[in-house]
Write a protein that binds this ligand. Sequence first.
Ligand code: CUA
Length: 319
Amino acid sequence: MGPWPFDPRGAQAESISVLYWILFACAVVVLAIVVGALTYSGIKFRDRPGRVAEQFHGQNTLELIWTVVPTIMVISFTALSWNRLNFINDVNSNVAMTVKVEGRQWAWGFTYPDQPMFKLPDGTLLQAGEQLDIPVGQKIKLELTAKDVIHSFWVPNLGGKKDAVPGHTTTMWIQAGQPGTYKGQCFEFCGDGHADMLITVVAHPQSEYAAWAKTAVEEAARATSPETKAGHDAFLAGPCAGCHTVKGTTAAGKVGPDLTHIASKPNIAGVLSPVNQENLTKWVRNAPSIKPGILMPKFEGVLPDQQIDQIVQWLLTLK
Ligand code: CUA
C-alpha cells in the first residue's frame, strides 16, 4: 500500500487526499509564479555599469492583482476545507457500528459494540488489542480515550487522525473501501514505546464479517470461561501480557510468541513437549533454566505459586 495521498482506500481518506492535491497544486503554481518573477526581475533589472534605475511609486494594476488573487484563493481554500471538515466531522450519520478505543502506554485496546454478535457467554463484549477488524464499505465510529497520557489514532490510508485524551472522549470515523490490512500508528509522542504503538485495521468483505466475529467470540470465550477466569485475569494484569499476545483479549505484547493457540502446539518454545500442565508450570517458573539465553525471565518467586498455577490452567484452555 502506498502513502495515503497516492493511495486513499476509504471515503474519508479520499476526501482528504483530493483536498490535499488541490492545495498542493495551487501551492506549486504560486511558488512557480513567485520564484519565476523573482528570478526574472533579478536578472533583467540587475545593477549594470552606466545604468540608472527607473524611479516610480505605486503600480495600481499589479497591486490589485496580488491582493485580489490571493484573497480569492484563501477564501476558496477555506470554503473547500470547511466542506471537507463537515464531512469528516460527521461521526453520527449512517454509522454501522461504534468501537471504543483506548490508548495506553503502549498499546491500543478495542472494545466492540453492544451487539449480540460481539457478546461473550459471560455477558462481556469482545475486546482486542492492536488489531481492529471491520466490515468493508461501512462507516465505523470510534470513541477514543486514553488511560495515561495523550495518544493519537491514525490509519493514514483510511482517514484522518484524532487524539485519544485521558478523561475525555473524542470521536472519529473510518471506512475501508476494499478488503485489506491497513497499518497505522500512534501519532502523539507518548514515551519510550511510542514507536511500537502500532495499529492494524483488517477490513473483511461484509459477507464474511459475521463469520469472523463468530470465531473471534469463540476464541475470546475460551479465554474467559469462569473456571479459568483467575488465570486469565492474572495473565492480563501481570507481566505476561506485556510480551505475549492472546487474541480475543487485550494482551497484545509483541516481544514473545503469540499464545492464542498455545495448548494446541506440539511443544513449548521448540524445546519442551508436550504442552501439558507439568511442562508449562516448569516453563513459567524458570524458562531460562530450560532454554538458556531466552528473554523470558523466571517467575518462580516473582509471582505467587498459586497464580502461576492459575495462569497455566488458563493457558491450557487456549486450543
Ligand atoms: Cu501512544 Cu504515541
